[in-house]
Design a protein around this ligand. Structure first.
Ligand code: ZN
Length: 230
């Protein structure tokens, strides 16, 4: 495996210093002004899946830029502030006893290219933040991709649904571990919610393996364009 983009980006940051991923100002990966603009405000996204779906911020402005820098440009140090936003959302979700945070699996080609699965890192970071405030959470990478899918960017709602239908399956070994650990319900987590096709497929694949999803929590929600002429 070659050197992942994350390492190249980290190396570049060490040499030239970081710019804020939200506004480009020099000095910090994520400046105080952008952090203040993206204060967590978890709210329900109605109709996105058959379980409650919570989004922590809107996928606009600095929030949208930080997600792109983190996911598409390999700035994985941003997992920390994004994981914190996700943790705040999870703490607001229906949450009882020990809870597993199940990341929506990233496409294998993207994991190879980036040198890591960013959403899995996000789940791990959020679980650590929840444990730090006394909640019993653990990252549970229970889903894997069983077939390849097209990049969802640019696809409409129906195309996205068809694209991911049957694409995920629960890993029986992880499900067994979940049962042994006394985890009865899980929260599905992802970075961005657009139409909800991926999280619905995740909930379906978990249910097919007998795992109940109590809620879906995403960092950012891309507001749908209003009904226009066509
Ligand atoms: Zn900034």
């Amino acid at each position: 495996m070659g050197i992942g983009e994350a390492w190249q980006s980290a190396a570049a940051d060490l040499v030239v210093g970081a710019d804020c991923a939200g506004c480009g100002s020099p000095g910090l990966d994520w400046c105080h002004a952008c952090a203040a603009a993206c204060r967590p405000a978890p709210r329900l996204v109605p109709g996105a899946a058959d379980v409650p779906v919570l989004a922590v911020v809107d996928n606009v402005g600095p929030a949208a830029r930080v997600v792109v820098a983190w996911k598409d440009r390999g700035r994985l140090r941003l997992t920390r502030p994004l994981g914190h936003l996700l943790a705040v959302g999870c703490a607001t979700a229906p949450f009882e006893g020990r809870t597993g945070l199940v990341p929506v699996p990233t496409a294998r080609a993207q994991v190879r290219r980036r040198g890591a699965d960013p959403v899995r890192l996000l789940a791990e970071r959020a679980a650590r933040d929840l444990v730090a405030v006394g909640l019993d959470a653990t990252a549970l990478p229970a889903l894997r991709r069983v077939r390849s899918t097209r990049d969802q960017a640019g696809l409409g709602a129906l195309e996205r649904r068809t694209n991911v239908a049957g694409a995920f399956a629960a890993d029986p070994a992880v499900v067994a571990r979940c049962v042994r650990a006394g985890i009865e319900e899980v929260i599905v987590v992802d970075d961005v919610l657009t139409t909800g096709a991926s999280v619905r497929e995740a909930v379906r694949a978990l249910a097919a393996a007998g795992v109940r999803t109590s809620a879906v929590v995403v960092v950012a929600h891309t507001p749908r364009p209003g009904p226009g002429p066509g």
